[in-house]
Write a new protein. Structure first.
Length: 99
């Protein structure tokens, strides 16, 4: 039973980090520092920098937030028609299922 909880715990921690990340990590994900391009992880950049000197952690937090929001929108967009089809099917009963 404990193993079933683990994916939800991981998703919860990632969601919390992504949504609270900009409050804790205030570096602009688009800010370029040409003196620190391809820098290794350090205290200033815990996940390092990319080829143009952008902080990888800041970009991870910004991209993760966008990914979770898009995923939630897609989930709702699929849930609404699915629920409507299910409600209509339940209301009509089994008359069309006999075919």
């Amino acid at each position: 039973m404990r193993h079933l909880f683990l994916p939800f715990a991981i998703l919860g921690v990632l969601a919390l980090a992504v949504f609270l990340g900009p409050l804790l990590w205030r570096i602009d994900p688009l800010a370029m520092d040409f003196s620190a391009f391809l820098a290794a992880p350090s205290l200033a950049h815990p996940m390092g920098t990319d080829a143009t000197g952008r902080d990888v952690l800041a970009r991870f937090l910004a991209g993760g937030r966008l990914s979770l929001v898009v995923g939630a929108i897609v989930m709702v967009a699929g849930l609404i028609p699915g629920a409507l089809i299910g409600l209509i099917s339940a209301r009509l009963g089994g008359s069309w299922i006999r075919y």
